[in-house]
Ligand binder design. Structure first.
Ligand code: SAH
Length: 216
């Protein structure tokens, strides 16, 4: 067995130990080569359970958080999922193994182009990705069964709640007001009457920034 396979098995065992139970989620994580989403010197840390830097000052999330958020999202095979914050494309690739189609939005063109190449190399044909302000969702494709936001919002974005189907779930990191950059992961269910809100874990994400990034 090569080194990467060995490290990957260790990572999956670690995720199970930390409480990830959903077999579909564990197998999706196992099937996505995280090293392909990381450039240069950091690549050798691909199977360590922490966040790593990517281009444009952003980060690829920690595998545990990707697995946890994916598990909390309860993604079904026939579902249409929106991701806000494509970044490296890793979370989108994990979701793509679990649902019918992933729509993902990123505000940096550079990151989006890199992610698109990875989706092509890995033949992930059920991901549609575009540059845009994901805080506005993807109105042309709404409503969604599931929405995952991978950057921290100041509060639960109502525009995104409005793009959820009834019975749909959204997982979103929200900044705790008055704190020094602390955030909590929130799960929203859109019901017939309004929304149900549940607080999950303390987390640390890069901020959700309005508008498309200007790049030189
Ligand atoms: N899901 C990513 C993690 C990305 S980090 C992965 O698996 O690698 C968060 C990403 O959200 C960053 O790339 C950042 O540029 C992006 N982002 C922040 N605000 C955004 C917005 N309003 N619209 C779209 N993307 C945004």
């Amino acid at each position: 067995m090569d080194e990467i396979e060995h490290e990957k098995i260790e990572l999956i065992m670690g995720l199970r130990k930390q409480g990830i139970r959903d077999k579909r989620v564990l197998s999706a994580v196992e099937r996505v080569p995280r090293e392909k989403f990381i450039a240069g010197t950091f690549r050798k840390q691909a199977y360590e359970d922490h966040a790593l830097p990517i281009e444009c000052g952003q980060t690829i999330s920690q595998p545990y958080i990707v697995a946890y958020m994916t598990e909390q999202l309860q993604v079904g095979e026939r579902m249409k999922v929106l991701e806000v914050g494509t970044g490296s494309g890793y979370q989108a690739a994990v979701l793509a193994r679990l649902c019918r189609r992933v729509y993902t939005v990123e505000r940096y063109r550079t990151l989006l182009n890199d992610a698109l190449k990875r989706f092509e190399d890995l033949r992930l044909t059920n991901i549609t990705a575009r540059v845009g302000d994901g805080g506005k969702g993807w109105p042309e494709q709404a409503p969604f069964d599931r929405i995952i936001v991978t950057a921290a919002a100041p509060s639960v974005p109502q525009i995104l709640v409005d793009q959820l189907k009834e019975g749909g779930l959204m997982v979103v990191p929200v900044a705790i007001s008055g704190s020094r950059g602390e955030q909590k992961l929130v799960r929203i269910e859109r019901t017939g009457e309004g929304v149900k809100r549940e607080e999950l874990l303390p987390v640390r994400f890069v901020p959700l920034v309005e508008g498309v990034a200007k790049e030189s």
